[in-house]
Ligand binder design. Structure first.
Ligand SMILES: CC(C)(COP(=O)(O)OP(=O)(O)OC[C@H]1O[C@@H](n2cnc3c(N)ncnc32)[C@H](O)[C@@H]1OP(=O)(O)O)[C@@H](O)C(=O)NCCC(=O)NCCS
Length: 357
């Protein structure tokens, strides 16, 4: 198979009648086919409307999309996310190859997309590239964190390995079937009893004005407190504009976002939060969860999870599952998720390639 790669700009609208509009729509179908094969049917579904928002990027993160063709057939896509506020040496790639492309052709498609990603990263003067692949709990190669791995033969991983990348982290993709949580009210009441001195606050949509300063701090702490292995990522700084743009971005194209936070009653400050985002399909995604270090040990993480689920049930009756991604070494977060009922579906890896090394 001879693979040709080409970059296309994002169309102005999802219906735009142009070559780039056509390629974009074929790309959305390919991403859904690929995600269904990797994460399971109905998980990680994207729509044209949500994709166009994601591919436009934000002021904090530019996005570039590379398409791979065999003849006229679209066989794969690479999206590069290029942070512009901090970690400006990094290019974070996400690759998809049509699941019907197998064997050597699949390896070729990944090889071309990885090379095109490295070239694009170089063009934007990035010196570190993050790549992905299909991981396993225990594999032939173990991540430098000591948790999770990858098996030899995974074609995406092989393409990064050939270039000297190191396996920095493995993420567990987990799912909670909401139907299975039959005792939510009781569990939430128990969790509230255990967390004397804290109260749960929930809202939908943008963060209310009086919580914005606390939410900026919580986002900044997410970037320093979540385990990142040896990935070269700098602490994030969140201005009010960044928070507003992030929330608009998450809610772009009809998605809805819900937040659950815990307030420390004595100080009045928000000391932990989590968010759930959902589109028209029944699968909600968990975005972030943190409890500030000085408030850990009161099982507020579990309280936040349960409060978020209760809010989702109230506001979005068609929701049937929640999916989440956790670093496999993040035992504290995984323990909370398992206690609530999340089960692992699969694992994905993060390769780190230092260019020129
Ligand atoms: C995951 C998290 C919310 C759990 O916090 P929590 O709800 O307060 O945890 P628990 O109350 O269940 O804590 C149980 C014990 O583990 C300890 N613990 C919890 N998180 C810890 C951490 N990140 N590091 C060290 N110890 C931790 C608690 O202090 C407590 O210890 P104790 O029994 O001696 O009192 C918290 O670790 C956190 O905010 N981590 C950083 C953000 C993060 O990784 N988010 C997930 C990204 S996907």
């Amino acid at each position: 198979m001879i693979v040709r790669v080409e970059r296309f700009k994002v169309p102005d609208t999802v219906e735009e009648q142009s070559l780039r509009g056509d390629v974009f729509r074929r790309g959305v179908r390919l991403v859904n086919d690929s995600n269904a094969a990797v994460f399971g049917e109905g998980n990680q579904t994207v729509t044209a409307a949500t994709s166009i928002v994601a591919l436009r990027g934000t002021r904090a993160e530019r996005a570039e999309t590379i398409y791979a063709f065999a003849g006229d057939t679209l066989v794969g896509i690479a999206t590069l996310f290029l942070p512009t506020a901090e970690s400006t040496n990094v290019a974070d790639t996400v690759l998809y190859v049509d699941p019907s492309v197998t064997g050597e052709a699949r390896a070729e498609a990944f090889e071309s997309l990885v090379q095109a990603s490295v070239d694009c990263a170089t063009e934007f003067e990035r010196t570190t590239v993050f790549g992905g692949g299909e991981g396993v709990r225990d594999g032939d190669i173990t991540a430098t964190t000591g948790y999770g791995g990858v098996n030899r033969g995974d074609p995406e991983s092989e393409a990064w390995l050939r270039r000297g990348a190191t396996l920095s982290q493995v993420y567990r993709y987990g799912k909670l079937d909401l139907e299975s949580l039959t005792d939510l009210d009781q569990r939430l009441a128990d969790a509230e009893l255990r967390s004397r001195g804290y109260r749960v606050i929930t809202w939908g949509g943008e963060t209310p004005d009086h919580y914005r300063a606390d939410m900026r701090t919580l986002h900044e702490r997410m970037s320093t407190d979540s385990p990142i292995g040896d990935l070269e990522l700098e602490p994030e700084r969140w201005s009010d504009e960044r928070l507003a743009e992030f929330e608009r971005y998450k809610m772009g194209s009809g998605r809805r976002m819900f937040a659950a936070a815990v307030q420390h009653e004595e100080s009045g400050r928000l000391v932990g939060y989590t968010q759930l985002v959902i589109a028209d399909d029944p699968s909600a995604r968990q975005h972030n969860l943190i409890v500030l270090q000085e408030h850990r040990g009161h099982r507020l993480g579990e309280l936040l999870k349960l409060a978020g689920i209760a809010q989702l049930r109230r506001e979005v009756p068609y929701a049937d599952r929640i999916t989440t991604m956790n670093a496999e070494e993040n035992r504290h977060m995984i323990r909370v998720n398992e206690a609530v009922g999340f089960e692992p579906v699969t694992w994905t890896v993060v390769w780190q390639l230092r260019l020129g090394s």
